[in-house]
Design a binder for this molecule. Structure first.
Ligand code: HEM
Length: 404
């Protein structure tokens, strides 16, 4: 791969626009090539550009520097993004206090309580699909399952999924927007979420649930430095959790089912060895890291790996490329669920912003995969399927599967 060198930026410059959809499985190899150019590479594909750091040790180190690389904005594509996220766009010490309120809700023990519900939703959805003999895995299962679970978790009717899903899509459209229309649609979706969650907050204020198990009731009684969370912050938190939890689980399921459909040996092993699903999932999240980057904003003028950066500019901490860094992982492009240090990957991030939902995500995935393979152990990719992946935050746009 050829690239120019930018003398002022003191690093190579690349032009790849990672907001764009591309043929499936082409984004991560492209990122890998750019990782190998230099420790830091300037990307000029967006209006303001951003510095890409993609080697494992560098990404780890910079994720710790929360005093100078801040999360006020976590979108490398747009340093002026207007969509607030809680807790994502907070910094310590405020971030730590909010995480303390939310963490118990996502602890392994709390997730255990959700397992019967997850199993029930998985069995119901998969049972209904089994007879069809062919599905688009993404739209007919991978998104419905986490949406129904999340709504149930909040005590909301699962039928609301149809209404809220387009809002989630529009908000993601806004993160990776390249047109004013996409930004406007994202703003409208945030307003719709505010109204929707606003009603829920009113209901719980009038008739509180158990704050140990009801998320909104917990947010309503939570105090940060002795002060209750504002209504606005509660609404932003609900919206953030919903968008963060649904899209990621769908994406993970898409890539995982693609692998299982196209690698029958691995699938047969998993059907016969269901206790290994947690290992399988960990390696799948390393190999196909759907959150390809964590964006961080430079607080004051500084050098990042020798490159001069101005306050407000964005750094792209490349999780996906770091997870395939040969300096860290032996034979990094090979899926090997028996490798040592299986969970050393950065698929859930690292440092203070490490994914709050990772125990939930793992449990949701194990339950979906166990249930599916009990009911539908053999299946294949439908012939002629042309697969694309979304830019920004990876996901397979469709995954047509069929079985006899
Ligand atoms: C396979 C599924 C998932 C993957 C790969 C994933 C990945 C990540 C990553 C890489 C981060 C770090 C972001 C950063 O440092 O800026 C993160 C943060 C976060 N994730 Fe997940 N996630 C998944 C599932 C979930 C689920 C199910 C939830 C449910 C609520 C969730 C909620 C969040 C939240 C709220 C944050 C922000 C944490 C903070 O800023 O302190 N995630 N996730």
């Amino acid at each position: 791969m050829t690239s120019e060198f930018d003398a002022e930026r003191r690093c190579p410059v690349v032009h790849t626009d990672y907001r764009r959809d591309r043929p499936a499985f082409t984004t991560i190899p492209q990122l890998g090539e750019e990782r190998e150019l230099a420790p830091a590479v300037w990307n000029d594909s967006t209006e303001h550009g951003f510095l890409m750091v993609q080697r494992y040790d560098d990404v780890m180190e910079l994720l710790k520097q929360t005093d100078v690389l801040v999360s006020d904005n976590v979108n490398a594509f747009d340093p002026h993004m207007q969509i607030p996220l809680i807790p994502n766009s907070l910094n310590p010490p405020e971030h730590t206090k909010v995480r303390r309120v939310l963490n118990p809700f996502f602890s392994p023990a709390a997730v255990k309580r959700l397992e019967p519900l997850a199993r029930e939703r998985a069995e119901s959805l998969i049972g209904a699909l089994a007879e069809k003999k062919s599905v688009d895995l993404v739209s007919e299962f991978a998104i419905l399952y986490p949406t129904e679970l999340f709504l149930a978790l909040l005590g909301l009717p699962t039928e609301d999924g149809e209404m809220v899903l387009p809002w989630v899509e529009a908000i993601f459209g806004g993160f990776f927007a390249s047109t004013p229309e996409e930004l406007q649609a994202a703003g409208d979706a945030v307003a719709s979420f505010n109204e929707y969650f606003g009603k829920l907050v009113d209901e719980r204020s009038a008739d509180p649930g158990d704050p140990e198990i009801d998320l909104v009731s917990r947010l309503l009684v939570a105090e940060i430095d002795g002060v209750p969370m504002s209504r606005e912050d509660i609404l932003v938190t609900c919206m953030t959790l919903m968008t963060a939890g649904l899209d990621t689980t769908r994406s993970a399921l898409g890539y995982i089912f693609h692998q299982l459909a196209t690698e029958p040996d691995v699938r047969h092993r998993m059907v016969n060895e269901p206790e290994s699903w947690p290992r399988f999932i960990e390696e799948a999240i390393r190999v196909n890291s759907l959150i390809i980057q964590d964006g961080r904003q430079v607080k004051e003028d500084m050098e990042v790996l020798g490159c001069p950066m101005k306050a407000g500019e964005m750094v792209w901490l490349g999780l996906a490329a770091a997870n395939r860094d040969p300096r860290k992982f032996e034979d990094p492009d090979t899926f090997d669920m028996d490798r040592e240090g299986l969970n050393h990957h950065l698929g859930f991030g690292a440092g203070v912003h490490r994914c709050i939902g990772m125990h939930l995500a793992r449990a949701e995935l194990v339950i979906a995969l166990e249930t599916w393979h009990k009911v539908i152990p053999d299946y294949r990719l439908s012939p002629g399927a042309e697969l694309t992946e979304r830019g920004g935050q990876l996901r397979l746009q469709t995954l047509p599967l069929e079985w006899d």
